[in-house]
Design a protein around this ligand. Structure first.
Ligand SMILES: NC(=O)c1ccc[n+]([C@@H]2O[C@H](COP(=O)([O-])OP(=O)(O)OC[C@H]3O[C@@H](n4cnc5c(N)ncnc54)[C@H](O)[C@@H]3O)[C@@H](O)[C@H]2O)c1
Length: 341
């Protein structure tokens, strides 16, 4: 039985613990650590049969029985805990983003490269049934030569301002999933980015130095073009759609809803709203990503989302930030050259 320790018992740490206990065979969560433990978390851990609950994550790193750790703490801790965990010989699943600072991600890449540890990054949408079906069709050549990739990604509600202030900005916090999706669906790299954005949802987000609405266009290495539209608030729910269009046709994915029922009456035609937010929409995807992480360790195969997949969307995000600030297209090589990449 593979033994796992979770660092960070917040929203996503609890989701992964529950996925492992319900859906992942051959693995169990032995311990969980969080700086700020309360009675509720302790009770929850007990209900999950997690043997140890610590304040200090080093207790997990020092436990020789633990094979792998999930880093689910706040983003500013990811790269340093990654390095410590690999040095302690643990396989690592690290939530996105690995860091906002490319220099720090480079250090993680170096340490991972010199170890035998697996290192997977938490881009969960790659494990979603809709996105995966689209990717498989593109990869099988069904749409022919790629021309345009379109991604719509809108949250049902904006996060609290306290979160916005430490999030690294919308591009590195929210759009980062969409940048990953452009790479995943196309199988290609982003060469150039042009972003426009504004504050249309909540003035406080602007006062905190961020934007809440954006359109980002990209040129890809394979010759295709991509466009992402983002908004921090969509009144009808979590809007997650995509299309890949090419020389032979297109593949389009829509939102998931609680049911496919459509009510038609003399006043109109009504369907279900999209599932509310990421915990509802991507629950199965989170379980799949945990299963594939465990399988990569047990079978000693490549992880499905590696450290380079963790780096590239951060570079695209930094290019988008620069593009917005300077109102011009920015090549990803411009960002990479600053970091000697
Ligand atoms: N892949 C996804 O869909 C997804 C979804 C949500 C969050 N995330 C990422 O997961 C991370 C956590 O997000 P969240 O929403 O669960 O946040 P959260 O605030 O609910 O939980 C984070 C937890 O980490 C704990 N923590 C912080 N520093 C710690 C340390 N040094 N040692 C131990 N615990 C520590 C905090 O006390 C908190 O309980 C973020 O990086 C976020 O970007 C990813």
């Amino acid at each position: 039985m593979l033994k796992i320790g979770i660092i960070g018992a917040g929203r996503i740490g609890k989701v992964h613990a529950e996925s492992i206990s319900k859906y992942v065979k051959g693995a169990e969560v032995k311990a969980i650590a969080d700086l700020f433990l309360n009675e509720e978390t302790r009770k929850w851990a007990k209900s999950m049969n997690i043997q140890h609950v610590y304040n200090d994550y080093h207790e997990i790193l020092n436990d020789t029985e633990i094979d792998a750790v999930l880093i689910c703490s706040s983003t500013d801790t990811h790269s340093s805990i990654s390095i410590e965990a690999i040095k302690a010989g643990k396989h690592v699943f690290c939530e996105k983003p690995v860091d906002h600072d490319v220099a720090k991600i480079k250090k993680v890449i170096e340490i991972v490269g010199n170890s035998k540890c697996k290192y997977q990054v938490g881009f969960n949408r790659r494990f979603d049934h809709n996105f995966r079906t689209a990717k498989d069709a593109v990869q099988a050549g069904k749409i022919g030569t790629q021309h345009i990739i379109k991604i719509t990604s809108r949250d049902p509600e904006a996060p609290p301002i306290s979160y916005v202030k430490v999030s690294g900005g919308m591009f590195l916090d929210m759009t980062i999933h969409d940048f990953d999706m452009v790479r995943y669906l196309s199988g290609s790299e982003v060469e150039e980015v042009y972003a426009i954005g504004g504050v249309l949802v909540d003035a406080a987000i602007g006062e905190a130095g961020d934007i809440d609405t954006a359109i980002i266009t990209m040129k890809l290495k394979n010759g295709a073009m991509a466009v992402i539209d983002n908004c921090r608030r969509a009144t009808y729910g979590y809007d997650q759609r995509a299309e890949v269009f090419g020389s032979n046709g297109s593949i389009e994915i829509g939102n998931d809803a609680a049911s496919t029922a459509v009510l038609s009456t003399d006043t109109g035609v009504v369907a279900e709203k999209p599932l509310l937010f990421f915990l509802e929409r991507y629950m199965q995807a989170y379980a799949n990503e945990m299963r594939e992480f465990v399988e990569a360790i047990v079978n000693d195969t490549d992880v499905p989302v590696n450290i380079v997949d963790g780096l590239e969307p951060v570079i695209i995000g930094l290019a988008a930030k620069k593009s917005l600030a300077e109102n011009r297209p920015v090549k990803t090589t411009e960002i990479k050259s600053v970091f000697g990449l």
